[in-house]
Design a protein around this ligand. Structure first.
Ligand code: FMN
Length: 193
């Protein structure tokens, strides 16, 4: 499975990056997963400026910055979206990036790894609906991380006491990645039939 771990915030000093590095490290340690980071900070986009909804515009003219993002995101079998919670939802930068999507996520599985005072739960619920509308198959497993800042270092290493909790975020992430792999295998077979 070729997996993209998408970092959903771009502000200086963001902590989502270290959460994404933790996801990336975990994914790369698993057999059969080829994981890469897509950092929205590397894909500066205009605010959606297309005259017709991208999905319904056969004559769509895509500007280079947008094409770069769409090409990057289309190159994967499955996705982990790492998002903080901003005002009970996802960051505007992530919503805007998803508004450019047409078929790039179609029939491909995704999961959500969120954080915030309540684990980013409200952002994750919004993102689930947005990804469904983007035609991704959002799997039931997700990870809602409370206390991320103290638990993960800058390189994405989870502290040993949190890591060993059988009901903690590491167990949730392991289960989510296993499920993602199952859905990815099933859906890629079906897409190629
Ligand atoms: C504009 C803004 C709004 C926020 N709103 C919420 C919120 O509604 N609920 C919450 O739990 N945390 C909220 N927070 C706290 C963030 O989840 C926390 O700062 C987190 O580190 C942000 O992720 P980032 O560091 O990747 O940007 C907010 C932070 C910002 C900057």
């Amino acid at each position: 499975m070729k997996l993209a771990v998408i970092v959903g915030s771009t502000r200086p000093n963001r902590i989502s990056l270290k959460q994404a590095k933790w996801v990336l490290k975990t994914a790369q340690s698993k057999d059969g997963i080829q994981a890469e980071l897509i950092d929205l900070a590397d894909y500066p986009l205009p605010f959606l400026n297309e005259p017709i909804s991208p999905r319904y515009n056969p004559n769509r003219k895509i500007e280079p910055a947008v094409k770069k993002w769409l090409d990057a995101v289309s190159d994967y079998d499955a996705y982990v979206f790492v998002t903080p919670e901003y005002n009970h939802s996802i960051p505007g930068v992530l919503k805007n990036a998803l508004d450019f999507i047409t078929s790039e996520l179609h029939r491909k599985p995704s999961t959500i790894v969120s954080h915030g005072t309540v684990g980013g739960a409200r952002a994750a619920m919004h993102l689930k609906e947005i990804l469904s509308e983007s035609r991704s198959v959002v799997i039931p497993n997700a990870v809602a991380f409370i206390g991320l800042n103290d638990a993960v270092d800058e390189d994405g290493n989870l502290s040993p006491d949190v890591k060993s909790n059988p009901y903690g975020p590491q167990a949730a992430l392991d289960a989510a990645l296993d499920e993602l792999q199952w859905y990815s295998d099933a859906l890629s077979k079906a897409r190629n039939q």
